[in-house]
Design a protein around this ligand. Structure first.
Ligand code: HEM
Ligand SMILES: N[C@@H](CC(=O)c1ccccc1NC=O)C(=O)O
Length: 285
């Protein structure tokens, strides 16, 4: 028997709602963590020894992505509510998860090119390109690209959740709103912009961050917020770089199963930026 079907539930919340029943009292470790389901979800399609590594690395990464989204959405709400200290806790955790997730590349690098080629065909056209949570993270942080939505057209549930995140203000949008709430001058078009449009670097935002970074004592909270965002973008770029290099190490310049040019495409993605002014300001200080 399992409790948490579907979405993860915070046990405190569950007990507050009176869900702590007789079942919970006699509940085991495996039941609580839904291990039957979790540990029977590694369905290898080949009989190759190393496919298990490939599946587990991806599943672990997706679990961490789930927590990144949980924390980032909570941080967005905290910033909107003016609870910056709470948002710092959430965002610091996101960075720690990112540093953890990156370690997975060291494990995956033990897979040789020949071993991977022995089961690569079983993957068909599946690709990390289709990772729904990865796209949710991109949207939640503020990198919006409409072509990504097309990937999920055939899955109405995923498509509608992703579309909601596509139109919602991102972590960077709410950070810019909090600059304005603190009295810093921000181009008013940005504050109620169409949030589904890709964000473009703005001079007023750069000037506001420059003010914060030049007078850290006066704007301590906003400075902390800026640095938390820089940490997150820094780690995300490191993840992308390690992905690209690990892929080059394993498949060289072969085209990807998702139909892209492979490593050439992954190198281009490294140019995408999330919080441009937070990086640009450093040249001017
Ligand atoms: C042997 C291991 C891996 C190889 C050879 C590989 C290869 C690739 C390639 C070639 C692409 C470009 C899209 C395509 O044409 O398929 C891609 C995209 C992607 N992969 Fe991997 N990958 C590997 C492991 C992983 C792992 C462990 C993850 C973690 C979840 C991951 C997540 C992604 C994501 C999110 C994208 C989309 C990136 C973007 O569009 O910006 N990949 N991968
Ligand atoms: N795109 C990879 C395949 C791949 O890595 C993959 C396949 C199925 C599920 C997840 C994958 N991981 C990341 O892209 C390739 O071209 O070999």
């Amino acid at each position: 028997m399992s409790i948490n079907k579907g979405q993860f539930q915070d046990p405190t919340t569950a007990s507050e709602k009176g869900i702590h029943t007789d079942f919970a009292k006699s509940m085991t470790y495996g039941e609580y963590l839904n291990l039957d389901e979790l540990l029977s979800a590694q369905n290898c399609l080949s009989d190759h020894h190393d496919e298990m590594l490939f599946i587990v690395i991806h599943q672990v990464s997706e679990l961490w992505m789930k927590l990144i989204l949980h924390e980032t959405n909570s941080a967005i709400k905290a910033i909107q509510d003016g609870q910056l200290a709470t948002s710092f806790k959430r965002l610091a955790r996101v960075s720690k998860i990112q540093s953890q997730i990156i370690q997975a590349w060291d494990v995956l690098s033990t897979l040789t090119p020949a071993e991977y080629m022995e089961f690569r065909d079983s993957l068909g056209q599946a690709s990390g390109f289709q990772s729904y949570q990865y796209r949710m993270i991109e949207f939640t942080l503020g990198y919006k690209t409409s072509h990504v939505l097309k990937i999920y057209e055939k899955d109405p549930v995923l498509h509608s959740t992703l579309t909601k995140a596509f139109h919602a203000p991102s972590l960077y949008d709410v950070a810019i709103q909090s600059l304005s709430k603190s009295g810093l001058e921000i181009n008013s078009d940005l504050l109620d912009r169409d949030f589904s449009e890709p964000y473009e670097a703005d001079e007023s935002v750069k000037q506001a961050w420059l003010t914060v970074y030049r007078d850290v004592d006066q704007y301590w909270d906003l400075y902390q917020l800026g640095e938390k965002l820089v940490d997150i973008e820094d780690w995300l770029q490191q993840w992308r770089f390690r992905h690209m290099k690990t892929v080059e190490r394993i498949i060289g310049f072969k085209v990807g199963t998702g139909g892209s040019s492979g490593v050439t495409y992954l190198k281009k993605v490294l140019d995408q930026r999330f919080f441009p002014e937070l990086w640009d300001l450093r040249t001017e200080i």
